[in-house]
Design a protein around this ligand. Structure first.
Ligand SMILES: NC(=O)C1=CN([C@@H]2O[C@H](COP(=O)(O)OP(=O)(O)OC[C@H]3O[C@@H](n4cnc5c(N)ncnc54)[C@H](O)[C@@H]3O)[C@@H](O)[C@H]2O)[C@@H](O)CC1
Ligand SMILES: Nc1ncnc2c1ncn2[C@@H]1O[C@H](COP(=O)(O)OP(=O)(O)O)[C@@H](O)[C@H]1O
Ligand SMILES: [K+]
Length: 505
């Protein structure tokens, strides 16, 4: 199935190779023509981003190096001061790159020498592209470390060397670039951490590959178009048809979380919101949430939901169109047992967040297997690590692999949060947030996200679409909230207040 219109396709290295092969064999476009356009585009990116001073190209032996040689020629012909350094002997280069070497006017390329990077105004990384596999090996590893240590900014051809174009994983040395000139389409690894941190700005270069290629990408960026899919209130709407969300959570000391989830759901357009929380805390929700209904649930006498509350919870959610389980729930064993009992019994779309996720740790498959309605899990790396019983650092190293694994095991949609929030479907398809809302790095913004997604699902959006619309609206609200005071002054309540603007823009 092709990607929805609101997703901008991203390619894996293998998919890009397949498209190249198709363009060359089926559309009879010559390799040197593709390389020419890639090099010209790269030269354009360099001219725009570094309009003066010496340009030092560092070229490997594959076609990525060939692209660099073309760009070096184009810039020399335009009168720029250009030096070309080769990582491997010229004779080891592929035939297409060698052909380009013959056309290079001016000084001949020289073997790589770290000292030569000192005179660069800008360095162009053409060492490894989509043909790279595994950790950079000698001599590329040393060269990559030297480029990383150099003072001049680096621009990457297609993908920063050392970053896996398919996964964004970085196993060894890699280069932090100010920008990456992505040929044809951006590769997945440019948008997934840690690779994303190395890619810098991504400039797309059209290399003349026609439409209709063989690849059916399974990953893409979430575009603004997803907000056009959000159902809006109209003349025939009622508070119920606008979306009825029920939030189950809260505990002594953690009353802010479900309150923010509720407010976020309302600001994201839900017409009717209920909070089910420990009975002794009812008053604190009642005074804070004027527009929401509050249901006091059985508790342990100390402000923690009790496992005996299953039937009252099921009663509280009976009219809900979507349920959010977990904000402020706490790690109390009784409350965790309640979450495990509740999750399989909710017969509407369910969002599980925060301590609701911790309740599922190690039992994802068993607990969610019986659910007949879609489930969305919204972990950060620490919570995903607990769900899968691996270290959170391991999750951060291979974010795509872990989010896909969790979605496959749980048959749920998994939203792995971060600057590069990844939304994985059980099928393996992944939608990626562009991020760039550092104001969101503050307590409570996760509770806001679960409320927004809850509202989208309650409005009846298909689950992948609803989760992505929630992620996109939340991101944009984070950016809008930062506008008056900068990212450091943002608190989660500002993000909630910015949701209507985010959704209407
Ligand atoms: N027809 C095509 O395929 C086109 C390819 N283009 C460019 O070509 C690139 C892909 O070219 P290639 O497939 O030649 O591959 P690369 O240029 O990425 O380099 C692969 C070379 O590096 C070596 N290598 C691989 N992994 C390594 C590692 N871990 N450590 C050290 N050396 C390693 C390989 O032995 C091979 O010689 C793209 O990223 C793009 O820049 C563009 O020129 C457009 C057309
Ligand atoms: N540096 C960042 N850039 C962009 N988004 C971020 C950043 N840090 C955190 N976020 C977002 O903020 C939210 C934080 O959620 P979470 O970690 O669950 O916090 P909490 O539990 O305090 O609400 C997530 O949606 C995450 O994607
Ligand atoms: K490169």
């Amino acid at each position: 199935m092709s990607l929805p219109r609101w997703m901008e396709p991203l390619l894996e290295a293998g998919e890009m190779r397949e498209i190249d092969r198709w363009a060359i064999n089926e559309r009879t476009i010559a390799v040197d023509e593709l390389m020419e356009r890639a090099g010209e585009g790269l030269a354009g990116v360099i001219s725009r981003r570094a309009p003066a001073g010496r340009v030092v190209f560092v070229c490997g032996k594959g076609n990525n190096g060939g692209d660099g040689i073309v760009a070096a020629r184009v810039l020399r012909q335009a009168g720029r001061d250009v030096e070309v350094l080769l990582v491997w002997p010229a004779e080891w280069m592929g035939s297409d790159a060698q052909a380009q070497l013959k056309k290079l006017p001016g000084a001949k390329p020289v073997a790589f020498e770290a000292g030569r990077l000192n005179k660069a105004q800008v360095i162009v990384d053409c060492v490894l592209g989509t043909g790279s596999s595994g950790k950079p090996r000698s001599p590329a590893d040393q060269v990559i470390s030297e480029m990383e240590a150099a003072k001049a900014p680096v621009i990457a051809a297609d993908v920063p060397s050392g970053v896996d174009a398919t996964t964004g994983e970085v196993e060894g040395p890699a280069v932090h670039c100010v920008a990456t000139a992505a040929f044809h389409r951006p590769k997945v690894g440019l948008w997934v951490r840690p690779g994303k941190e190395y890619a810098g700005e991504v400039d797309i270069v059209d290399i003349g590959i026609p439409r209709g290629g063989p690849a059916r990408p399974d990953a893409g960026l979430i575009g603004s178009g997803v907000l056009r899919e959000v159902p809006r209130r109209g003349a025939t709407s009622t508070k119920f048809s606008s979306g009825n969300v029920c939030i189950i959570g809260g505990s002594r000391g953690l009353t802010g979380a479900p309150a923010m989830t509720a407010l976020a759901a309302m600001r994201a357009g839900a017409g009717y919101v209920t909070v089910g929380a420990p009975a002794s805390l009812e008053l604190s929700f009642t005074v804070r949430l004027l527009e929401a209904m509050v249901v006091g649930l059985p508790e342990d006498g100390d402000g923690h939901l009790d496992a005996s509350g299953l039937e009252p919870v099921l009663k509280a959610v009976v009219r809900a169109d979507a349920v959010v389980l977990g904000p402020g729930l706490s790690k109390n064993p009784q409350s965790q047992a309640l979450a495990r009992a509740v999750a399989p019994r909710i017969d509407v779309p369910l969002v599980v967040d925060a301590d609701g996720l911790n309740a599922l740790a190690g039992q994802l498959e068993e607990i969610l297997a019986g659910r007949r309605w879609p489930t969305v899990l919204t972990p950060h790396a620490g919570e995903l690590g607990r769900l899968l019983e691996v270290d959170s650092a391991e999750v951060e190293r291979s974010r795509l692999r872990h989010v896909r694994e969790a979605a496959a095991i749980s048959k749920a949609f998994v939203v792995l949060k971060g600057d590069d929030t990844l939304v994985a479907a059980p099928s393996g398809r992944v939608a990626i947030s562009r991020g760039r809302a550092p104001g969101l790095a503050t307590a409570g913004t996760g509770d806001v996200l679960s409320g927004v997604i809850g509202a989208m699902l309650a409005k009846g959006m298909p689950v992948a679409q609803g989760a992505c619309a929630g992620v996109y609206a939340h991101l944009r609200a984070g950016q809008i909230a930062a506008a008056p005071h900068g990212p450091d002054g943002v608190i989660a309540s500002d993000v909630i207040a910015s949701l209507p603007a985010a959704l209407s823009a």
